[in-house]
Design a protein around this ligand. Sequence first.
Ligand SMILES: [Fe+2]
Length: 412
Amino acid sequence: MRPDPTDQFDVADQIVAFKRSLAPRRAVLRRAYVEVKNHISRAAEAILADSAAGRPIVPEVDYRHIKDGHVSDATRAAIRKTGCVVVRGVFPASVASAWFDELGEYLDTNRYEAREVEKRGLDKYFAALKAGRPQIFNVYWSKPQVRARQDAKLAETRGFLNHLWRHAGLFDPDRECTYADRVRRRQPGDETLGLSPHMDAGTVERWIDPGYQRVYRHVFAGDWRAYDPFDGTHRLDTREIPSPAVCSMFRTYQSWTALTRQGPGDGTLRLIPIAAGICYVLLRALEDDVPETDLCGAAPGRALGVSAEWHQEMMAGLVSIPEVQPGDTVFWHTDICHAVGDKHAGRDYASVIYIGSAPDCPKNRAYLPRQKEAFVAGRSAPDFAAMDFEVDFAGRATTGDLTPLGLAQMGF
Ligand SMILES: [Fe+2]
């Protein structure tokens, strides 16, 4: 079992040093915080007003419009402003529903749940989630997952969304590197899987890592309006503290593909659709009421929590995604705060395949060889707890199931 990497990182000294380095800019940062706090409050009020009036909050795009190049400038602007989007109909509903059934058979045939009970406890980071029957399944190489990841329509969708980023000389928006992730099959009535609001891709690193300091340089200079969440410059220079809770790849978006119908009340994704929210979180932690050794509770190697205790103005903007159908996809920018509903109050499984956007670049390519080995052997993907369920699973995907696109995305 791997040692707990978070034990090795006492970052209090680095936090203090960073805060002291900003002391000369204290007045400027204070003013910037008040500004961004007001901006976030207004954005959250607008979200609540839209919600109350039944207006859509998360932008929506039909896959066919991406394919035909007919996405309006207004929609593009909405995606950049909210940092998220629902793309409808990437896969036919019949295909996604069949994948849901096939995945269920794969898990049953290979006695997944019984085996998970035997291995329970390995993945201490998500131990709390394991109190009941599994809702997240640690499988990476079922045929439906592999087929979805290498699908040309999904590649087109990610290409379109990657092009919203400033990418010249940084990454290739039209080529993906596979980032194999898991499956959610949440049972109706489940109350174990809820995740409180958080951001992934690092916690304290966002303040103390030199790469992240460059990403957020305008924010830390007090000029938060100059910060562009979709500027990829320096994003590949960040160094995250290694942890099973942190993604080693650079993802332009986190994302999943729905295998079942799900929406508000179904224990699915909730978002704070405000791309500037990260500026507020960064500046909030520099205020005087936060202890000098602390960043609003940010803990190395975990997820970056957003809470009512520190982030009241932003928490007000937390909303459910709209109802989605099998074959729809949801994308959210890597700095977007998200959560999973505490209770699944619906009647049917809420199931997704997690498939993020990891465009081709040196950082992402560097992850592929280890992932490729894991695929061939049926082991867990390298970023995740080494549960290795699929090593002897019948019917898992092999290289013979990869299309030319799939082979390229996997680095073969
Ligand atoms: Fe997350």
